[in-house]
Design a protein around this ligand. Sequence first.
Ligand SMILES: [Zn+2]
Ligand SMILES: [Zn+2]
Length: 238
Amino acid sequence: MGFKGSFTWIKSLRQGGRKAISFTLKNTNLLQTATFDAAIVDGANIVPTRYFRGQRLRAGESMTFDIENDTWDWAQGDFFCVLDNKGRQDPSLTWELKIPEPAPGECKECHGSHKCASCGGNGKILNRYNHTYEPCTVCRGTGICQTCFIPVRQNSPHSPIYSTPAETFNARSSSKRTAIMNRISELEHEIYILEQKNLNIERNGGNTGMWSSYYTNNQLIHSYRRQVINLQATLTSL
Ligand SMILES: [Zn+2]
Ligand SMILES: [Zn+2]
């Protein structure tokens, strides 16, 4: 049997466009169909080994294994192996995912922070026209620098493969981030309500009392806007 294995980067549509790894196995024999068993093994031993029995590749044909065709979500240290006729791993037909890790500060995009430079690492960008947060299109909402991204499996089979090996976002900073983002959207909602009230007053006019609350509303809107700006600055510095 002659095989050639190779890893490539793909953009996973099923994972919101984040980078993922695809493995391709090619039957390099130009004359014969290969029938074989294979396995993909998690190098960190968290996800159970997945077996592929009775696979067939015609001469020169290849097949892929990745998240897009629901076979495997690759992480650093995982390996693909063709099994021998006793079901054992054949070391000469084993391919391990080993992406070179950038040294701290080596990445030109994030300078080693691993945070997406476009959204500052929070994964969201404020749309100033309708005051809503939208997923960052550069990192697809993950907040992680896509230039130096390496998929690393976390300590549970169900946790997403997001982090880079050198730094994972600590839980405290991310819950602080969530609290701030919630506060910003509360404030933006308040601003919206007050603006609607004032629009009504502008349209319908009214007595002195109404114009006095119009004035108060404007002051509140102004003060809420300042708070939003300050909170956004805090978010960027986290
Ligand atoms: Zn980077
Ligand atoms: Zn981003």
